[in-house]
Design a binder for this molecule. Structure first.
Ligand SMILES: [Zn+2]
Length: 324
């Protein structure tokens, strides 16, 4: 069967466990040939009935899930892969309740699955934005708060009474207009050293940076950026000088958060931002006509070397560094 193009085809295609194992193996090992995770010996035996490999050298057994976001999960790949397809391709995201109903896992399990898949969607950014060839970079920040309407009444009342501390989280975002790539993350505050620190970290010196007139951005020119500001108060756009691209990303992010996710703890917000960045940066454009299948395969190519346990997810233990 040809590689699936639609959700329906994907569910059919991945209903065969061996097909799932082969798909993950192809992404995990070059040519899909298994290597022992313990001693790195090649050409292990394949135990077809158990769908596991056995190392010829150290005799240890292992499954294709070892060393991926699926490690230690009792959930079958026949459920993991459709869940991944859905998260990569549903424009406004998909909630754990929808996954629960669609795939027949508990809502708690679905929540955990989605958090692990979001980990796979994270990219290491090796290059800075802007710079030679890169276009101007729009920089902006936004506040994300809980959706009071959809929240449990007791919690809503607590928030209204100011008993929950800071309820709004701040997300800072940058859009390289030529690359059409967004980067965004949760930041602790909007002080000058935080905002400018992020800009220095992510944007090549000498690039053109568009921001609003917020004072925390005010000495970017001194830091070797070509800084142009947008005057939101007077509500006009000076030609190219605007931040509408990143503002468009904010509205996608907020639509996803409001429509699909009832209440996001600030602790988990970074992962939701990552998810939205993945879909935004890999959306179909005229120059880059990606489809659902491409996005899914891209995500699948990022499952290895990443793991997240329940304790790490819920903040009980610090997250360990990625394994290679
Ligand atoms: Zn071995």
């Amino acid at each position: 069967m040809e590689h699936p193009k639609t959700l329906l085809e994907a569910i059919k295609y991945f209903s065969d466990e061996q097909v799932c194992i082969d798909a993950v193996a192809r992404m995990k090992w070059s040519n899909g040939e298994a290597i022992c995770p313990q001693c790195h010996a090649k050409e292990p035996y394949y135990l077809a009935t158990q769908k596991r490999w056995k190392c010829r050298k150290c005799k240890k057994q292992f499954s294709v899930k070892v060393g991926t976001i699926f490690e230690d999960s009792p959930i079958s790949l026949q459920k993991w892969l459709p869940a991944m397809w859905l998260l990569c391709n549903c424009k406004n995201g998909i909630s754990s309740w929808e996954i629960h109903r669609a795939l027949g896992v508990t809502q708690k399990t679905a929540w955990f699955m989605l958090q692990r898949i979001r980990l796979a969607l994270e990219r290491d950014n090796k290059h800075k934005l802007g710079g030679s060839g890169g276009g101007p970079v729009e920089v902006d920040e936004t506040f994300v708060g809980p959706n009071l309407q959809k929240m449990h009444r007791a919690r809503r009342l607590k928030i209204k009474a100011g008993e929950c501390g800071q309820t709004k989280a701040i997300v800072m975002g940058m859009l390289d207009r030529d690359l059409r790539q967004v980067r965004a993350k949760v930041i602790p505050n909007v002080k000058r050293e935080v905002l400018q620190g992020e800009i220095i970290e992510e944007i090549e010196k000498g690039s053109t940076v568009y921001t609003d007139g917020y004072t925390s951005y005010d000495d970017l020119a001194r830091r070797n950026y070509i800084h142009e500001t947008v005057n939101h108060v007077e509500e006009y756009v000076r030609g190219e000088v605007h931040t509408q691209g990143i503002e468009n990303f904010w509205s996608l992010l907020k639509r996803g958060l409001k429509g699909t996710y009832v209440a996001v703890e600030p602790f988990h917000l970074d992962r939701y931002v990552t998810e939205q960045i993945f879909r935004y940066n890999n959306r179909a454009t005229k120059d880059n006509p990606l489809n659902d299948s491409d996005r899914f395969l891209l995500a699948l190519s990022q499952v290895a070397g990443k793991r997240l346990t329940y304790a790490e997810l819920t903040g009980k233990v610090p997250q360990r560094p990625e394994v290679s």
